[in-house]
Design a protein. Structure first.
Length: 117
């Protein structure tokens, strides 16, 4: 893929390519990297409004599209916490799933308890 960048998921080391005009979530879905990775970064609205695909960029340059400030504050964004559906790589990136967020689909302690019950 011309203009593609290497995206590496830390700490697993799984890698995939992503074009500069493709967001990370699109690239993950396109390449079908690994079921565990796709499950780690869930898909929500795909438009930056739900906050479901929250990640942290550890290294590399990128640009972002519009994201809901309800889910990603200016401080979050400045520290590299962004939404995978709104991140467009400008270089190779190292990213990790942001497990600190209470993700309404996969990271909520309440949902986990309901599924076990």
């Amino acid at each position: 893929m011309p203009g593609a960048h290497r995206i590496t998921l830390a700490p697993e080391g799984l890698a995939f390519s992503c074009g500069a005009e493709e967001n990370l979530l699109q690239a993950l879905q396109r390449v079908g990297v690994a079921p565990a990775l796709l499950a780690a970064i869930p898909v929500g609205c795909r438009g930056g409004g739900c906050g479901v695909c929250r990640i942290h960029v550890r290294a590399g340059q990128y640009r972002t599209g519009r994201m809901s400030r309800k889910h990603i504050s200016e401080a979050d964004e400045a520290s590299g916490t962004v939404l995978a559906c709104r991140v467009f790589p400008q270089s190779d990136l190292e990213v990790e799933v942001d497990l600190s967020a209470a993700n309404p689909i996969t990271r909520s302690p309440t949902i986990g308890k309901q599924q076990r019950g």
